[in-house]
Design a protein around this ligand. Sequence first.
Ligand SMILES: [Zn+2]
Ligand SMILES: [Zn+2]
Length: 414
Amino acid sequence: MGQFSVQITASSGSGLGANQHRLAFSHGMTAQKLVDWVLEHFEQSVCDKYGWHQRKLSSMSPEAEQWAAWLSELTGVASLDRLTLAPYRHVLGTPGLAPKSDRWCPHCFLEDKENGETPYFRLLWDIAPATVCLKHKTELVSICPHCQKSNVRNRSAITVPGYCTSCGNFLGCGTPAAAAPEAMYVSRQVGKMLCSRPQLAPEGLVPLIKTVIETMADGKMTIFARRYEFSKSGVSHWLNNGGQPSIKAWLTIALHGGIDMEKLFNAEVADWVMPEKPVQLTLPMAESFRSGVRSRELDWEDIRSKLRVILDRAVPISINEAADEVGVGRKHLYLQANTEARAIGDRHRRYRAGCSNQRIADLRQKIGELLEERLAEGYAGISARDVWTALDVETRSVSGIFEHIAAVLAERMY
Ligand SMILES: [Zn+2]
Ligand SMILES: [Zn+2]
């Protein structure tokens, strides 16, 4: 066997498994034979546990990384590990990463064929939250249009990419549904993530998560978790026990923080500014972030009427505060009580802009947050004196401080 040549299009994010198929195909050998040959070349024996059909080469596993290294050496193409998810292992948790069944874009397959190329698999297709093709703006497909079977893409020992492993027909046909904007957003972010190897060092993850919480919730973990619907224990796991956020968690941070995945993974957060207006898009995620936890039945009539009461108050509060107060995530308020949520947001912005005494607003917000924290920690009742004790020296010295505390207490402790 002579030198291998393989066409690598890393920017389009083709998966390593796919490249291996292309390699095998262009040499007229089956994928299994290529595997045997590579293993023999490097004097490795096949471990039964990792049968070819089970090997997910686009995964984050050490095996995938090893394959990338071997194939890099054979092909002379550096950085083949970028075609696996291995470089993401220390920043990205595995739950929710692998799709439940193989997907593909028929238009991409068709284009490959029309361009005289062997159809190949794109890495993006192997990342569960990405459900649409960025190029063709249509949904990915997981069922063969000819035989209606799923998982027919590349689970077989003898695979010709782009053809159904069950009935043998070309998978590049059919007209998938147009992509929803939300799904396009997710695929775009996943694409950005795959564009470059993450620059974040393993020890940089905790500082990055701290920056995320600082920027998105003034450093308050409890508020961060509630506002963006993470479990408190999950966030604590990231901060204290070496846990990594799942891809859905990163996407949530990217969406609501108004920052690209690429920037997050490169820790380019120095000039990160939160968007002025809360994002109204919701992530089209199949499963809940809090899997296993049933979502509450919410009484939206009741919530809307509470929001209207908030609107009538003398001192406007922000939509985040209102969300915390009614105990519902901000994005849900925008979805289910849009009129009220917008009115609260607008009123607060006008108030902040025209506030003759900004300091008082800030002070009250500070008191409010402190109070929220205490209540979240399980304090049933709290006195003005308790609040005062917990404030910093500078804040305590503000004239009429007890009046402000009393006003915030009266507002918050309905
Ligand atoms: Zn496509
Ligand atoms: Zn088929």
